[in-house]
Design a protein around this ligand. Structure first.
Ligand code: PLP
Length: 415
């Protein structure tokens, strides 16, 4: 790579000691082709965005067509067909009364918007004290100041910034009678100052790939209703098939008041996010008072290229058997990772949809592990004590077998 690489600051990396980033020349399918000629099988689909694999020709063609017509136009006072059609399709797919789409350009900002929507919903009703959220231990919702504050403050990667952040209520997920009682007590004490409850449905992703059953969401919906709060699902990780259904919350039959989407929304090709609200929330802004308008408006919201990519991605979900592929992938991940479960240095192996996790017992040298995985010909990016796989749903049988074999060999070799 040329000297320009020396001017780039990498994410989550100690720049003094981290291995230099691997220069990538191109991508295709489930492959990352490095500039030095090596080809890696991608096990994480670029932070679980590239659900159709890289360079899907249908998405590329849609973006090219849109580029000729109009790459971008401001969304303040203007709109366009790709954004309108995408909003209509997202609402139809989500169901559950979710009917208004607010576009942004990253997952963190989609969550920020959800938080602002919820707080302003109460402000518009004259309730000025409801500025806090209840969120969950093990949760991850983004890296901005607002979203860091609703991540797990102790276990999470943002504990460093604690003093800078708003204080919210961080609770255990109601998995059993004990944690449900604890959550109920917290709600008794704090419900009067809460705008809503924020949760990642079925899987807490970047906070540790922790999985919970759909009954947790049903309990949360019941608690939220009892206290008259708003329920926000962060489906930025789980949305678009990752857990086996198009949206994770479908498995619970308990819809939220607001949902956030991003990542696989464009099949991992362009930055786009959406915060989708139900009628109750939208009606809270519907007024003759201009001061009741939602006060948010990113420059690149509703970007036409990104909306065209998202529409093409939704076409692929309609035209190709994505959810069946997720089911097959789920079985293959279970079978492939099972042989790690009995290793003394492995605490847990778990699979949900197209997410496979090997949780190690104790800390390990992530840099060394990543290097060994690259030597074995795969791109996998462990964090904490978690080695996880979130491949493209379209990964072919040979690449999947190669990926699983490499990961299992490397994990076995850690003892
Ligand atoms: N919410 C969840 C559940 C996520 O997994 C992520 C990213 O990993 C985010 C929010 C933040 O999204 P972004 O990195 O696009 O800001």
């Amino acid at each position: 790579m040329d000297d320009g690489a020396r001017h780039v600051w990498l994410p989550y990396a100690q720049m003094k000691t981290a291995a230099p980033p691997l220069p990538v020349a191109r991508t295709h399918g489930s492959r990352i082709e490095l500039a030095d000629g090596r080809s890696l099988v991608d096990g994480v689909a670029s932070w679980w965005t590239a659900c159709h694999g890289y360079n899907h020709p249908a998405i590329a063609a849609a973006v090219r067509r849109q580029l000729d017509a109009m790459p971008h136009v401001m969304f303040g006072g203007l709109t366009h067909e790709p954004a309108a059609r995408l909003a209509q399709r997202l609402c139809a797919l989500l169901g559950g009364g979710l009917e208004r789409v607010f576009y942004t350009d990253s997952g963190s900002v989609a969550v920020e918007v959800a938080m602002k929507m919820a707080v302003q919903y109460w402000l518009n009703r004259g309730e000025r004290r409801r500025t806090r959220f209840l969120a969950f231990r093990g949760g991850y919702h983004g890296d901005t100041l607002g979203t860091m504050a609703v991540c797990d403050p102790e276990e999470g990667m943002h504990s460093l910034f604690h003093g800078l952040l708003a204080e919210h209520v961080i609770a255990p997920l109601p998995r059993d009678a004990g944690s449900l009682a604890q959550l109920e007590r917290l709600l008794e004490n704090h419900a009067h100052e809460l705008a809503g409850i924020l949760v990642e449905p079925l899987v807490q992703g970047a906070g540790g790939m922790l999985m919970h059953g759909p009954e947790v969401l049903r309990r949360l919906r019941a608690l939220v209703d009892r206290h008259g709060l708003l329920l926000i699902y962060d489906e930025i990780f789980t949305g678009f098939g990752r857990t086996g259904t198009l949206f994770a919350f479908e498995q619970a039959g308990a819809a939220p008041d607001i949902v956030t989407l991003s990542k696989a929304l464009t099949g991992g090709t362009l930055p786009l996010a959406a915060t989708v609200a139900n009628r109750r929330v939208f009606d809270g802004f519907w007024s003759d008072d201009p001061g009741h308008a939602l006060m948010h408006g990113p420059t690149f919201m509703g970007n036409a290229l990104a909306c065209a990519a998202a529409n093409a991605s939704l076409d692929l979900f309609e035209q190709e058997p994505r959810l069946a592929q997720v089911q097959a992938l789920s079985l293959a991940l279970e079978a492939g990772l099972a042989s790690c479960a009995h290793l003394p240095w492995v605490r847990d192996v778990r699979v949900l949809g197209a997410i496979g996790v090997v949780e190690l017992d104790g800390a390990f040298d992530k840099e060394a592990l990543r290097a060994r995985l690259v030597e074995a010909g795969v791109w996998v990016r462990p964090f904490g004590n978690i080695v996880y796989l979130t491949p493209a749903f379209t990964i072919d049988a040979d690449d999947l077998a190669f990926l699983l074999d490499a990961v299992v060999r490397v994990v076995r070799g850690m003892g």
